[in-house]
Design a protein around this ligand. Structure first.
Ligand SMILES: Cc1cc2nc3c(=O)[nH]c(=O)nc-3n(C[C@H](O)[C@H](O)[C@H](O)COP(=O)(O)OP(=O)(O)OC[C@H]3O[C@@H](n4cnc5c(N)ncnc54)[C@H](O)[C@@H]3O)c2cc1C
Length: 606
């Protein structure tokens, strides 16, 4: 197994294997050696550790994987960041505002439960961050953005329904690895300075709960777990789970940043909202590495934590099998432009608004209601060249390597990007054909269910193609293509000029079998705005904090039922930041919440 973009070399992958024993964790004078223990060295954990080290706090970061995996899922991510009313949007003629973003978030989230108390507050705080300090916070750390803003989750059902009214998906220059780098480097500097200690191959199995006997009830005072046998595997490759020892470590604050459940299909099946989306699929690809195992959720629950909105899951409908996998059952998501025709397993075109990139959950429900767990894109060479982007840093080597020349060549080129071409050639889901007969034969060879009737499929393509003679149309998808090209960013890089799919000048024809793909966990540990984990009694559990995907990106599910995209990395950054600052405050140093706010206002004013 391997990737077309090099992963960390095995030599760099060596973990700090020396076990961290309880003795070692305690300072000689008996005081605690660490102000905080962070469980999980993904993005949220790195951000929390960064904020703590800025406040002069001593931090221990534990992770079950080796050092090669530092940064967790964020390394693999495309680096899409949700921002509101940014200079990049304005340059492209997009008029965005906090109010419009609030409207979109509220209609997408659909908060409707008592337990949405904290998620609602996190959503509001996150929106203010995305419209306020987020861009500057990342810019100050050295992160830069590409100039074109993507339009994800376009909705299509009306202004009071799910979706982004305007493009908001800002791509980090350097994709996910760069988002990781801007936090990893300062944390590594703090490690060199002795403020941060990293313990890899340390898997937390239990939170240590003690009753201080002072009437305040139980507190979380430490972690217990297993040291795992050394692993020299590269990034993302599933590692061994052989236990070679155990540990118990204590600190005044434990911050859980252990990620979601996306690779644990048993938990996914258990939590899956069958009544809302349909039965859990028989076949699903894994969009995340094996370490996204969700174990810490029940471990935190055992310590008294409240776990909410566990049935809110954000899986994708445009998954393709990775022909060159890194982790088991590795799937890649196509991020499609709006022109491909979308058919169910029987070859029936989906009704509005189930168009590519419009409304993930609605299309998920539509697909599962057919009784099959896959669907088809039908397109042609012209469309694939401009409209297929693949999610993931390794699928976008030009932007990931920050190579302007190659990136510009990609934009100007009349060919599909290299990784898309590779999928076309080697991907088991792709059919490329010069005739409709060969296309349908290829689709039926790859079918996991019914046989598609050639004439039925082609009739629907012809009917759609007859709508292409004007700039107006009764076909809602054709209208959407014209609409998209009114946005400069889409016109330049994303949406092909409208044309007939069966026009041989735009061939050959292409069909892509799409499977469902796991990814994000929208529910999780309930937290207040100080990132303190809420207990069963409704009050914070002393000593226990959480951030990132394990908290549903804040509060236990700040997205509600649907996401506007690019909000996950941002949710990890925002919640990791709040957790780090909150623990710094609680341990005596660092600024108070109002001092934090005053500092932001001061910086904004400068
Ligand atoms: C291919 C891909 C593309 C993506 N693209 C985007 C995008 O463009 N925009 C966006 O906003 N989001 C994107 N995401 C989502 C985003 O990357 C993740 O939601 C985010 O990085 C999660 O970060 P985290 O720190 O919460 O968790 P993780 O990255 O999962 O890190 C958790 C860490 O905790 C460790 N851990 C877990 N349990 C234990 C335990 N018991 N003991 C010790 N350690 C433990 C794990 O080993 C892991 O290192 C993408 C994700 C993927 C995979």
């Amino acid at each position: 197994m391997g990737t077309i973009f090099p992963t960390a070399a095995p030599d760099e992958a060596l973990n700090s294997e020396e076990p961290l024993t309880c003795d070692k964790a305690l300072a000689p004078d008996g005081t605690e050696a660490y102000d905080a223990i962070v469980v999980g060295a993904g993005l949220a954990g790195l951000v929390a550790a960064h904020e703590l080290s800025l406040a002069g706090k001593r931090v221990l970061i534990l992770d079950q994987e080796n050092r090669a995996n530092l940064g967790g899922q964020a390394f693999w991510s495309l680096g899409g960041l949700f921002l509101v009313d940014s200079p990049e949007q304005r340059r492209l003629g997009v008029h965005d505002s906090l109010d419009l973003a609030r409207q979109d978030w509220a209609t997408s989230a659909g908060f409707d439960r008592d337990e949405d108390h904290w998620p609602r507050q996190w959503a509001e705080a996150y929106l203010e961050f995305a419209a306020g300090d987020k861009r500057r916070y990342l810019h100050d750390l050295g992160l830069r953005l590409t100039p074109i803003v993507g339009w994800a989750e376009r909705g299509g059902s009306g202004s009071s329904e799910h979706g982004n009214s305007v493009p908001r998906f800002h791509l980090a220059w350097g994709t996910g690895p760069e988002v990781v780098r801007v936090f990893r480097e300062p944390v590594e500097q703090a490690e060199s300075a002795g403020l941060v200690t990293m313990g890899f191959r340390h898997r937390v199995d239990e939170l240590v709960v003690e009753d201080g006997g002072n009437g305040d009830g139980a507190s979380v005072v430490g972690v217990r777990g297993s040291t795992l046998a050394p692993s020299h595997t590269g990034r993302g490759i599933a590692s061994n789970r052989e236990e070679v020892g155990d540990f118990e470590l204590r600190a005044p604050a434990i911050i859980v940043t252990s990620g979601g459940i996306g690779h644990n299909f048993e938990l996914m099946r258990q939590y899956w909202p069958a009544e809302r989306l349909g039965e859990f699929p028989q076949t699903m690809l894994a969009g995340v590495p094996a370490h996204v195992d969700g174990r810490m959720l029940s471990i935190a629950e055992d310590a008294g934590a409240s776990l909410i909105n566990r049935d809110r899951i954000w899986a994708y409908t445009e998954g393709i099998e990775n022909w060159n996998p890194v982790w088991p059952n590795h799937g890649i998501r196509i991020i499609p432009g709006p022109s491909s025709l979308w058919f169910d397993a029987e070859g029936n075109r989906f009704p509005a608004p189930n168009y590519p990139g419009f409304d993930t959950n609605r299309t998920m429900k539509t697909i599962l209601s057919t009784g099959h767990d896959y669907s088809w894109f039908v397109l042609n060479e012209s469309i694939i060249r401009k409209e297929f982007a693949l999610s993931g840093s390794e699928q976008n080597p030009d932007i990931t390597k920050k190579d302007w020349r190659v990136t510009l060549d990609r934009v100007r080129s009349s060919d599909a990007p290299g990784p898309v071409e590779a999928f076309k050639r080697f991907g088991p889901d792709f059919v490329v054909a010069d005739t409709t007969e060969d296309l349908v034969t290829g689709m039926n060879e790859r079918s996991r269910g019914p046989v598609i009737d050639h004439d039925h499929l082609v009739d629907q393509i012809v009917e759609r193609d007859r709508q292409m003679d004007h700039t107006f149309s009764k076909d809602a998808q054709v209208q959407a293509i014209h609409n998209a090209r009114n946005y400069l960013g889409d016109k330049i890089v994303r949406v092909q000029k409208p044309h007939k799919i069966l026009d041989p000048a735009h061939g050959p024809l292409i069909a892509v079998r799409l499977s469902l793909l796991s990814r994000k966990t929208l529910g999780g540990l309930e937290t207040n705005l100080d990132a303190q984990v809420i207990g069963a009694s409704g009050t914070p559990i002393p000593g226990l904090y959480a951030a990132g995907e394990v908290t549903g990106f804040g509060g236990g599910g700040m997205h509600g039922y649907n996401a506007l995209e690019g909000t996950f990395l941002g949710g990890c950054i925002f919640s990791g930041m709040r957790a780090g600052r909150s623990v710094a405050r609680s341990s005596g140093a660092g600024r108070t919440a109002s001092e934090d706010e005053a500092a932001e206002v001061d910086r904004a004013g400068r």
